[in-house]
Design a protein around this ligand. Structure first.
Ligand code: S3P
Length: 166
């Protein structure tokens, strides 16, 4: 199947962009990130889109961006943390090499903290992380062809583990 060599999924803050860039460099291919595609197409930050248009509108933009990137990009592709919420997107991911970068809730809270640029975590990050992961963990696992835990690992170690896993 043509399309990306490797797709990274997982929660925000897990290091998809950093690890994705390292992987692309190691594999000698390009790197693409659907969040960046949305920001470029919209000319505004994701947090601004959430505030002005609401989450459903963002999800529609995300779905379009993910589907376009899966069709066009042949390197390493990182998807926004919520892209797997969409059933059509999950179906489209079947047959691709999908690496789920995972982390536990405490690591997530440590890494993202109180970050207003991440609209889903603006209040009570620990509780919101727990709920987010309860709702999404099974979706990441459903689409993944490999799971790479990131807890206590550097981006370099994670990218090596991802290469070993695929
Ligand atoms: C989101 C994750 C973010 C971004 C948006 C929503 C989510 O992407 O798409 O803030 O629902 O988990 P990253 O995972 O790249 O941070």
């Amino acid at each position: 199947m043509s399309g990306p060599l490797l797709v990274l999924v997982g929660p925000m803050g897990v290091g998809k962009s950093t690890v994705g860039r390292l992987l692309a460099e190691r594999l000698g291919v390009g790197y693409r990130d659907t969040d960046d595609d949305i920001v470029a197409a919209q000319g505004r930050e994701i947090s601004d889109i959430f505030v002005a248009d609401g989450e459903p509108a963002f999800r529609a933009m995300e779905k379009q961006a993910v589907h376009a990137a899966l069709a066009e990009h042949e390197g390493v592709l990182a998807l926004g943390g919520g892209a797997v919420l969409d059933a059509d997107t999950r179906a489209l991911l079947a047959g691709h090499r999908i690496v789920y970068l995972s982390m536990d809730v405490e690591e997530a809270v440590r890494r993202t903290g109180l970050n207003v640029a991440r609209p889903l975590l603006a209040v009570n990050p620990r509780k919101q992380w727990r709920e987010l992961m309860e709702a999404r963990r099974h979706l990441y696992e459903e689409v993944a062809t490999a799971v790479v835990p990131t807890d206590g690992r550097t981006p370099d170690e994670v990218s090596r583990a991802a290469l070993d896993a695929v």
